[in-house]
Write a protein that binds this ligand. Structure first.
Ligand SMILES: [Zn+2]
Length: 242
């Protein structure tokens, strides 16, 4: 039923409501609510999503014993402090509680003039290290470029990970510019120890905040060509894990 309604909206919106966002906002400018528009400029609200929480620990580092859910909350609080004076920040969670991914999307959509940054730490084969930035929407590309560059500048490995266009629930489903940032691999011994350092997480927060400030000040200027719009259905729980 939901998908039927969605298909109907897809069919209707481009012809009759070219600038309207999901809740009628046109503040991000551009073509349509599916992200086929330039990246945001002049925004003042940032939704900070600390990944995982509660019974969902996320990745657990076998090198440091740290849980992703605790590190994302710590990073989220640091990012809030960094952005605090110049932006209105909204925390998806500010304690150790579980929030369903679809509920995170619904929450974000209550702020049509905002951007959403979802914070995570990675796990995988032990040789992998470095930050990764996931985006899907066209209007999130410039912000992704800025945030990835900001995180990558802290990576010790020059082969550090890439910016990836991937349809995830937190990159495809919100009706606002949105990113999922992986601040490094907890499964890599060297990087896990680096992430365990509060000073490193502080620097990570400062750099991400700087990238967000640049996007608000300059929009997509200097971030390269925007990718082509891809029409695709919302990401579902049955898709690949995030
Ligand atoms: Zn995660």
């Amino acid at each position: 039923m939901r998908s039927l309604l969605l298909l109907t909206l897809v069919a209707i919106l481009p012809c009759c409501s070219p600038v309207a966002g999901p809740s009628g906002s046109s503040s991000h400018g551009g073509l349509d609510e599916w992200g086929n528009r330039p990246g945001p400029q002049g925004f003042r609200t940032v939704i900070i999503d600390a990944g995982h929480g509660g019974h969902d620990s996320g990745a657990v580092s076998r090198h440091t014993g740290q849980k992703e859910k605790d590190l994302t909350l710590d990073l989220a609080k640091r990012l809030r402090s960094e952005l605090g004076s110049s932006f209105r920040t909204v925390m998806m969670r500010d304690n150790d509680r579980f929030v369903d991914l679809d509920d995170r999307v619904a929450f974000a959509n209550r702020y049509p003039d905002a951007i959403l940054v979802s914070l995570h730490f990675n796990a995988g084969p032990s040789h992998l290290s470095g930050p990764e930035t996931y985006y899907w929407r066209v209007d999130s590309h410039g912000l992704a470029v800025r945030c990835h560059k900001a995180m990558k500048s802290l990576a010790s490995d020059s082969r550090s990970r890439k910016m990836v266009r991937r349809r995830l629930r937190l990159t495809r489903n919100p009706g606002i510019p949105c990113l999922l940032l992986e601040g490094g691999y907890l499964s890599n011994a060297q990087e896990a120890r680096k992430i365990a350092s509060p000073a490193y997480r502080q620097k990570l927060a400062e750099n991400i905040a700087s990238a967000i400030r640049s996007q608000s000040a300059h929009g997509d200027a200097g971030t390269g060509a925007r990718p082509a719009f891809i029409k695709a259905p919302p990401s579902r729980p049955t898709d690949a894990p995030e």
